[in-house]
Design a protein around this ligand. Sequence first.
Ligand code: NAI
Ligand SMILES: Cc1ncc(C(=O)O)c(C(=O)O)c1O
Length: 309
Amino acid sequence: MIQRIAIIGLGTMGPGMAARLARGDLQVTAYDVAPAAIERARAMLGTAEGVLDALGIAPPPAGVGTVRFTDDLGEAVSGADLIIENVPENIVVKADVYRAIDGLIASDTIVASDTSGIPITQLQAHISHPERMVGMHWSNPPHIIPMIEVIAGEKTAPQTVATIRDLIRSIGLLPVVVKKDVPGFVENRVLYALLREAVDLVERGVIEPEDLDTCVSWGIGYKIAVVGPMALLDMAGLDIYKSVSSFLNADLSNRDDVAPMVLEKTGASKLGIKSGEGMFSYTPEQTKALQADRARKLVAVRRILEGRE
Ligand SMILES: NC(=O)C1=CN([C@@H]2O[C@H](COP(=O)(O)OP(=O)(O)OC[C@H]3O[C@@H](n4cnc5c(N)ncnc54)[C@H](O)[C@@H]3O)[C@@H](O)[C@H]2O)C=CC1
Ligand SMILES: Cc1ncc(C(=O)O)c(C(=O)O)c1O
């Protein structure tokens, strides 16, 4: 049974994940190699806890769910039943972490990666006892989005998948087991098909970025939260899909490299909210207000979709 969890990497994803797991009565130890990230994560934890209160996800009545921060890797993983690796999406960085923890943990400690899409088969080549490694892909913001993909690599034991699936269910979240270890798994394959087309349309001057967001959020996103893509095909009619896809698919973006607009912005350190500018610009005050407004709306929508309002 999983009771003690170590989270390694406290950037965008780690703090919300820690807050949500603690609400599931789990004991979380949170570690990052950068002291500044630990300090930021302490503040983010408080914000995430406020959002969880608004979601009605209360702390367990007589529970022991806690989050403890540490700057010592050995202390973080000591006695953990599950490690969630949450460091940057780079196989070299992730492999370094697996090597660093290998001698510090028991051979049956489960090691999960929150990778956005590196196949688990590639990751588990860098750890001993690869049968205990599994993909556990959360979606951002992790304390609000209830779905988590669970992915087995070639060497993952079925019991490892079952343990993680059951853990996710036991704390009231929604596991989706992906049946093949394909790059990007399912969520990001679908998301990146959409993002490739969206970036292409803006880059070709077909639409302004603000208008692209209005079109997709209100035309597609709002609807798809209620009617998933497979059900949407039935709602529209497969005959319509057949007719439109017969001429449209061939015209959709099929570029297999990163779009020049994205390379230009990342080259100029325009990374989005984290750097103050990306597709749009953000002052620190705007970022704070935007994040609060988004959390409030996501909470309200989730409560309605779950039939709680
Ligand atoms: N940002 C997103 O929307 C999502 C990201 N992911 C995935 O989650 C993982 C983490 O992503 P983010 O939180 O966005 O990254 P991030 O870049 O915001 O944070 C990564 C953190 O890892 C720390 N770190 C780097 N090397 C480390 C080491 N050796 N030991 C301990 N900590 C170390 C960094 O100091 C940083 O605080 C990635 O694999 C990413 O693809 C998954 C779902 C959504
Ligand atoms: C742009 C982008 N990339 C990856 C992810 C992920 O799920 O890994 C997300 C997300 O929303 O969670 C994302 O927005």
